[in-house]
Design a protein around this ligand. Structure first.
Ligand code: DAH
Length: 337
């Protein structure tokens, strides 16, 4: 009986016209149908009273089931099926899935929390900037070769898409004066040919601290504190000289490779160190552009590549995944709460 029940359901599912349904009805419930014959052929004389009773019950149940299913299938074919239940739009949805935070947002939020705990403000800037804030005020005049390092998207009106979050430095100095402690996370743009490690749209987190007697020691202390919190373990840092027109001295800050602890492996290309971020002491000319007296104040600045950090932290092999909008990528990161 169970087999007949299953077979009937399958046959009805496969039926696409009302003639098909009728054929199914005849096959099971007709005078010589399988269900009808089940009773005709039953050998009641070989059954006990108890067995007869059970057979009767099961047979009746099967027959009722078959009749109902056939009637419903017939109704579906002839369009007389009952209307689906009406929808109550005020009920909460069944799927209250909120989506996932993008890995760059995750890294950004984590850094913001760390910097806030150190007394830094989180500030926003403009994606469309002036030549003055993006270059001139950072000690990169119009004919300076350092402009060649940042292939800029210029707009027809003379403005540009900011090439780095450093564009916020002088804006913040003008607005808040000294002392000031701030970080500026955000999107930057450069005319790059796109490949697994280059994008025309990427994220940085700029930092600026200006106060009395700020030195390289303060820079190293803050960087070590922040990086230890980001990587959840003690990190060893080193500074190498690096050139950027808006800092003097300027550095490349490296961290000791976290994979091999400085032994040398494929991740650190056998050097034991990983280049992490450029930084330095704010150039006196930048302070002057921001109306801050360089004889009274000094400061440090750094430019952390958020995109690069997210790729390192989550082992993301191709930068193009980040702006792909592909949910299969985003859904691998913790859900929004
Ligand atoms: N703005 C630079 C860039 O995008 C990075 C940078 C270097 C930022 C040194 C800084 C710094 O604040 O001190 O290439």
């Amino acid at each position: 009986m169970q087999e007949i029940r299953t077979q009937l359901s399958e046959d009805l599912t496969a039926a696409t016209t009302s003639q098909d349904v009728e054929a199914v009805r005849v096959r099971y419930l007709g005078r010589k149908g399988e269900i009808t014959l089940l009773r005709k052929n039953a050998d009641f004389s070989a059954m006990s009273a108890e067995e007869k009773k059970r057979f009767g019950q099961q047979f009746n149940e099967l027959k009722r089931f078959a009749e109902q299913q056939v009637a419903a299938a017939q109704a579906r074919q002839t369009g007389t099926a009952p209307a689906p239940p009406s929808i109550d739009m005020t009920l909460p949805g069944l799927n209250n899935h909120l989506g996932h935070l993008h890995p760059i947002s995750l890294v950004q939020l984590e850094l913001e929390e760390i910097f806030q705990s150190l007394g830094f403000m989180i500030l926003d800037g403009y994606h469309v900037e002036t030549d003055f804030y993006n270059f001139e005020s950072l000690n990169i005049p119009r004919d300076h070769p350092a402009r060649d390092m940042q292939d800029t998207y210029w707009l027809k009106n003379g403005l540009l898409l900011r090439t780095h979050t450093s564009a916020n430095q002088v804006r913040a100095l003008e607005h808040y004066g000294a002392p000031v402690r701030a970080v500026f996370p955000g999107r930057c743009f450069r005319n790059e040919a796109i490949d697994p490690s280059h994008e025309n749209t990427f994220y940085q987190l700029e930092g600026l601290m200006v106060d009395r007697e700020i030195s390289v020691a303060n820079l190293i202390a803050v960087m070590r504190t922040v990086l230890t919190a980001v990587f959840h373990r003690e990190v060893t840092v080193r500074l190498r000289p690096g050139y950027f027109p808006f800092v003097e001295p300027g550095f490349e800050l490296d961290i000791q490779c976290l994979i091999c602890a400085g032994e040398g492996c494929s991740t650190c290309k056998k050097s034991g160190w990983i280049e992490l971020l450029p930084c330095g002491l704010v150039h006196p000319r930048v302070l002057e552009f921001g109306q801050v007296d360089p004889d009274r104040y000094s400061g440090f600045a750094f430019g952390l590549g958020l995109t690069r950090l997210a790729m390192m932290k989550y082992n993301i092999p191709d930068i193009r995944l980040l702006n792909s909008g592909d949910l299969r990528f985003c859904e691998q990161f913790p859900a929004a709460v």
